[in-house]
Design a protein. Structure first.
Lengths: 165, 550
C-alpha cells in the first residue's frame, strides 16, 4: 500500500489519474505483477474507475496481470537477433523449460518471455535474465547462465523446483 | 562560458587526476556489460590493487565507446603515448593489461615495449571505424564517467547553459532556427520552429519532454546517449526550457532500458545537488526541474501525441494533428517534445554557434547523425558521421563489409519506419532529402546490414508482425491494414504470389500510407513494399494453370 499512498499523495484532485502509470509501475515492482486486489485498492484510493485502470493496464505490454515465475528469462526478438539465431535460442529455452513464451514453469521458478529489441543489436543473440543482459548466447551457454541465477526455492516446493531446473 | 562551478569541477578533476600517471577507461555501456564487462571492471580494480597502483592509475567507467561487436573494450592512456584500445577483453585479459602493459610501462617509461601477445588483441589506432567518424554528439561519451557530474563538468557540460542564461530566450530560438537542426527521431521537423511555436503560444505553463521511447527494433542510439552522456540530454532540456519558458521536463524512457533509467536518475540527482536543476538554475531566476517517466512497453508511444497521453495516465493512442504539441501538448499546455539525440545536439549548437553547426552536413540536413550498425556488419556498433556521408562509406569503410564475407544485399534503415536500401543504391547519401527520395528515412538511426543469404521477405514479415502487435487499434487503416498485409506476405512466402496479390499489396499499402492516423500505420508497409519493388526476381511466384510465367 505504500506505493499507492506516495503516488496518490502527489497526484490528488483533478489530475488524479495522471499518476496511474507510475502507481502501476510501483505495484508491479513490488509484486512482480499487478494483482487485481491491488488494482481495486488503487481505484478506491485515486477515485478512478476500475475499468479505467484495466483499460490502461491491458494496453501496455509491460504490465502483467498474472504472477510471473521468480526468474524472468527474456529472449530478444529485435531485428538483429531475429536474423541471427534469436529464434534458435528461444526454441532451446522452450525445450529446456518445457514452456511457451509468456508462461511460467509449474513450480513458479522461471518465466519465459519474448521481448522487442533490448538495444544490444551488435551482440546478437541476446538474453536478459531479470535485469542482467547476456550477449552472443548459444544454446550450450544456457545451463551456465541459469546456474548464475538460481531461483529462490520455497521450502514446500523444493522438489518441484529441482525437477524443472 | 566557464563559470565558478566549472572552474571548481575542473580543479577538482585536476586534483583527482594529478597523481595519476595513467588512466584506464573501461566501457560500461549495456553491450559491453552484457559481455562480462562487469567482471572485466572488477578484474581491473583487483589487478591495480595487486600492483599497488591505486595512486598512480585512474580507473574510469565510461559510456559506450562505440565498437560494440569487439566489447568489452578497455582503453589505456598515458602521457606522450598514443591511447591504446583493447577488445574484446576478458576478465583474465584485463588482468594482463594491468600486469603486462600498465605496470611495466609505468616502471620502465620510454624503454617499455609492449609484448606481442597483448598487441594482437589491440585494435589498430587508425581503424576506419573510428577515424572516419565525426563526433559531435558522442564527443564526451567515451571519456567521461556518466555517474560523476564533476567529470562531465570538467569536460564542458553545462557551459552552453551558463552562456545562455546571460542572453534573452529569443536569442536562443533565433540561433537554433538558424542552425537548421532537425528532429533526429524520425520526423525531421525543425527543432527551432518547435521552440518558436511553443514560445509564441499564450500559456501559463509549458513543458519540455525528452522522447527516449526508442522502440524501433535495431536502433540503440538513444539508449547509448542516455547511458553514456545523460548530462548532454539534461542540458538540452534546460536550454529548451529556458528558450520557451518551461519550468518542468519529463525524460520518457523505455522501462526495458534499465541502465539508462538508472543513469538519468543519477544525473538528475547530481544536477540538483549542483544547483543546475531547481528553483534557481545556476543562481539565475530561471527555475527548471525534471523527472524520469518510465514507459510501459508500447511502441506507438514513440509518436508524440501518444507519448503525451501516456504521461497523462491514458492509453497511449495518438490523436490527429494539428494542433501540434508545441501549441497544445501535455495537459493542454504548449510542449516541446524532442528526441534524445536532438537534445544532445542543442548544447553544442548554443555553445559553438549555428554557423559552426551548418559547416557540418548538407544544406538541408546540417550536423551529424548517429547510427547503430548491426546485423551482418563486420564491425558493429555506434557511429556518428556527418549528414551527407554515403551509405556505402558507413557500411564498407567503417563497418568493414560483412562478417560472413558474403556480398551485401541490402541495408535496412530506420527500423519499422524505414525501408530497405538495395546494394546498388548504397551510393545514396545519408540525409533527410536523399533518404526520402528512396522511400526510406534516416529515422531513429537503426542500420541493419543484410547479406545475400538473408531472407528479406521473412524480414518484411517480421516487421509486419511487429506492427500488428503494436498497432494501438485506434484507426482502421492501421488496425486492419497491418493484419491483411501480414496475411498477404505470409501467403506470398508460403504459396508464391499471383499478379493479383501484388496489385493488392500495392493498393493496400497506398491506402495505409494515405489514411493512417500516425507514423506507425503509414510506415508499416515500407519494408515489404521496398522488397516487392526492388527484388521482383526474388519474389516467389505462384504457378497458374493458365500458363502465367513462374
Amino acid at each position: 500500500m505504500k506505493v499507492i499512498d506516495t503516488v496518490a499523495g502527489r497526484h490528488s484532485g483533478s489530475r488524479a489519474d495522471s499518476g496511474l502509470l507510475e502507481a502501476l509501475h510501483g505495484l508491479q515492482a513490488e509484486h512482480g505483477y499487478v494483482p487485481r486486489q491491488e488494482a481495486m485498492a488503487l481505484s478506491r484510493r485515486l477515485s478512478v474507475p476500475l475499468a479505467r485502470i484495466f483499460e490502461v493496464l491491458t494496453f501496455y505490454s509491460y504490465f502483467r496481470l498474472e504472477e510471473p515465475g521468480r526468474i524472468t528469462l527474456s529472449v530478444c526478438d529485435g531485428t538483429s537477433c531475429h536474423l541471427q539465431e534469436g529464434p534458435v535460442l528461444l526454441n532451446a529455452l522452450q525445450e529446456l523449460l518445457g514452456i511457451k513464451p509468456g508462461e511460467a514453469t509449474a513450480d513458479g521458478a522461471y518465466q519465459l518471455n519474448v521481448v522487442r529489441c533490448l538495444g544490444c543489436c551488435s551482440c546478437s543473440p541476446v538474453l536478459m535474465v531479470d535485469d542482467k543482459v547476456y550477449s552472443h548466447v548459444e544454446p550450450t551457454d544456457l545451463p551456465r547462465i541459469m546456474k548464475k541465477h538460481p531461483p529462490i526455492v520455497n521450502k514446500e516446493s523444493n522438489d518441484d523446483a529441482h525437477s524443472t531446473a | 562560458m566557464p563559470t565558478p562551478l566549472h572552474s571548481e569541477a575542473r580543479e577538482e578533476e585536476r586534483e583527482r587526476q594529478a597523481g595519476f600517471a595513467c588512466r584506464v577507461f573501461c566501457c560500461a555501456g549495456t553491450a559491453c556489460l552484457s559481455a562480462e564487462g562487469e567482471a572485466v571492471w572488477e578484474s581491473l580494480i583487483d589487478a591495480r590493487a595487486t600492483h599497488g597502483l591505486k595512486d598512480k592509475v585512474d580507473l574510469v567507467r565510461t559510456g559506450c565507446m562505440g565498437l560494440c561487436s569487439k566489447g568489452p573494450l578497455v582503453r589505456v592512456e598515458m602521457a606522450d603515448v598514443a591511447p591504446c584500445l583493447y577488445g574484446p577483453v576478458s576478465a583474465m585479459f584485463a588482468r594482463l593489461i594491468m600486469t603486462e602493459h600498465v605496470a611495466p610501462a609505468l616502471a620502465r617509461g620510454d624503454e617499455f615495449i609492449r609484448p606481442e601477445f597483448l598487441a594482437s588483441q589491440a585494435l589498430p589506432s587508425d581503424l576506419a571505424f573510428f577515424a572516419q567518424q565525426k563526433r559531435v554528439v558522442l564527443s564526451r561519451i567515451d571519456r567521461a564517467d556518466p555517474e560523476r557530474i564533476t567529470d562531465a563538468l570538467a569536460h564542458g557540460a553545462y557551459v552552453a547553459l551558463a552562456g545562455a542564461l546571460e542572453k534573452q530566450p529569443q536569442a536562443l530560438i533565433d540561433e537554433l532556427q538558424a542552425s537548421g537542426l532537425r528532429g533526429r527521431g524520425g520526423g525531421g521537423y525543425p527543432t527551432g520552429q518547435k521552440w518558436a511555436n511553443a514560445a509564441g503560444t499564450e500559456a501559463d505553463r509549458r513543458f519540455v519532454i525528452c522522447n527516449g521511447d526508442e522502440g524501433d527494433p535495431g536502433a540503440y542510439v538513444d539508449r547509448s546517449i542516455l547511458e553514456g552522456d545523460p548530462h548532454a540530454v539534461l542540458e538540452g532540456m534546460l536550454l529548451s526550457g529556458y528558450a520557451v519558458g518551461a519550468s518542468h521536463g519529463y525524460v520518457y524512457v523505455r522501462a526495458e532500458y534499465e541502465l539508462a533509467v538508472r543513469r538519468v536518475r543519477c544525473a538528475i540527482e547530481q544536477a540538483r545537488e549542483q544547483g543546475l536543476l531547481g528553483d534557481a538554475v545556476m543562481g539565475s531566476d530561471f527555475a527548471f526541474d525534471c523527472k524520469v517517466f518510465t514507459a510501459a512497453g508500447a511502441f506507438v508511444c514513440g509518436e508524440e501525441t501518444a507519448l503525451i497521453a501516456s504521461i497523462e495516465g491514458q492509453r497511449g493512442t495518438p490523436r490527429p494533428r494539428p494542433p501540434y504539441p508545441s501549441e497544445c501538448g501535455l495537459w493542454g499546455c504548449p510542449t516541446v517534445i524532442s528526441n534524445v539525440e536532438t537534445l544532445a545536439n542543442v548544447p553544442r549548437i548554443i555553445e559553438q554557434s549555428a554557423a559552426w553547426f551548418r559547416s557540418i552536413g548538407t544544406a538541408d540536413s546540417p550536423g551529424t547523425k548517429v547510427f547503430s550498425m548491426a546485423g551482418r556488419a563486420r564491425l558493429a556498433g555506434l557511429v556518428e558521421v556527418p549528414m551527407g556521408t554515403k551509405l556505402s562509406t558507413v557500411v564498407d569503410s567503417l563497418g568493414g563489409g560483412t562478417k560472413t564475407g558474403r556480398p551485401v544485399r541490402a541495408v535496412q534503415i530506420g527500423g519499422l519506419s524505414g525501408g530497405l536500401v538495395p546494394a546498388e543504391q548504397l551510393d545514396t547519401t545519408l540525409s533527410y532529402e536523399a533518404m526520402s527520395e528512396l522511400g526510406s528515412i534516416v529515422g531513429s538511426g537503426g542500420m541493419i546490414v543484410l547479406d545475400d543469404n538473408d531472407d528479406l521477405l521473412d524480414l518484411a514479415r517480421f516487421f509486419l508482425q511487429y506492427a500488428v502487435e503494436e498497432s494501438c487499434g485506434r484507426c482502421a487503416a492501421c488496425r486492419i491494414g497491418t493484419h491483411q498485409l501480414l496475411n498477404l506476405a505470409t501467403k506470398i512466402r508460403e504459396e508464391g504470389a499471383t499478379d493479383d496479390d501484388l496489385v493488392l499489396a500495392e493498393r493496400l499499402s497506398e491506402t495505409m500510407q494515405a489514411t493512417s492516423l500516425c507514423g506507425l500505420g503509414k510506415a508499416a508497409p515500407r519494408t515489404l513494399m521496398s522488397f516487392l519493388r526492388n527484388w521482383s526476381d526474388l519474389v516467389p511466384r505462384k504457378e497458374t494453370s493458365t500458363g502465367g510465367d513462374a
